[in-house]
Design a protein around this ligand. Sequence first.
Ligand code: KG4
Ligand code: ZN
Length: 364
Amino acid sequence: RHTPVVLGIETSCDETGVGVVAGTRLLAHQVASSMEQHVAFGGVIPEIAARAHVTEFIPTVRAALDEAGLSLDDVDALAVTAGPGLAGALMVGVSGAKALASAAGKPLYGINHLVAHVGVGFLDEALTAAGPKEGKQSPAEAERAGTLGALLVSGGHTEILKVRSLTHDVELLGSTIDDAAGEAYDKVARLIGAGYPGGPVIDRLAREGDPKAFRFPRGLSAPKFVGTAEEPGPRRHDWSFSGLKTAVARATEQFTSRGADVPVADVAASFQEAVADVITAKAVRACQEHGITHLLLGGGVAANSRLRELLGARCASAGITLTVPPPSLCTDNGAMVAALGAQLVAAGVAPSDPSFSADPSQPV
Ligand code: KG4
Ligand code: ZN
């Protein structure tokens, strides 16, 4: 049987990503980021991101096809992120993908960005990240066994998913009710004057600090915060990071208000410990309660050293296999969209209706 070759396009935030896959094999992986243009603003500016996608769209598609040594005629299908994400940014990708697909006479799949973060785990490259491990179960095998879950942590999202079927049945078990994990990093970095994006800077600072210097809150870690039928509220596996951010602000004010230097390394280490602790504790609990024995990590915050360490340790003691794809496949990219597209083609799923649109708040 012919292995489907799929070109995937991602434009939901600040990365113009284009990838090409043949089944589970990665043939091309190109990313153009507009991050440098957002640094001065301390956050992604949607209009700037959308304009950058307009500029980068065709060159990135070209670069990916060149890298794969293919032309658009050789591709069986196209896939593009339809949502969730920034409206203007998504519309550039969806419009561009529709134009390419209709000009080349190829089917087009509108893809969910969160599910695509899971789809990348089905690529051969996702497994070889830490060196091949003999006998290690792959995410695809776990999916077939009905035991796959995914933890997505980035600047735009924080979710725990149960993946009953990658192509047909993905359930959201929990998500953040306020800031995303990476957003919390970026806001705290601004508070302590550490620059943007904050994740890598705080990760580095934290190495010189004491994670026990401050006891910052772990939002929603106590079951009493969970909503009921009578009083709807957060779900059992939801996170909240806004209280943590406020606690960090209060702690730093205690120093600045009396003209003292903020112990930035201790604040960074204590903040990072709180984030890693609450993310991993709640993720592992969700896995245990939902029969998940294989967890796939995704998103930019997957690069965080403490999160990886603590998640690795807690998964190991809970008997959960952890797969962490290489960093360039964890952050937003087109390969993940292509990877999910190839799985949809292989599963015989019909392409999207040509009238589909971008959906900034698309659920999983
Ligand atoms: O997935 P990503 O590249 O873009 C989206 O937000 O979708 O993630 C970027 C986020 C930023 O908030 C950045 O601060 C965070 O990931 N990040 C980190 C680390 N590296 C990047 N957060 C914590 N520790 C890191 N080492
Ligand atoms: Zn993402």
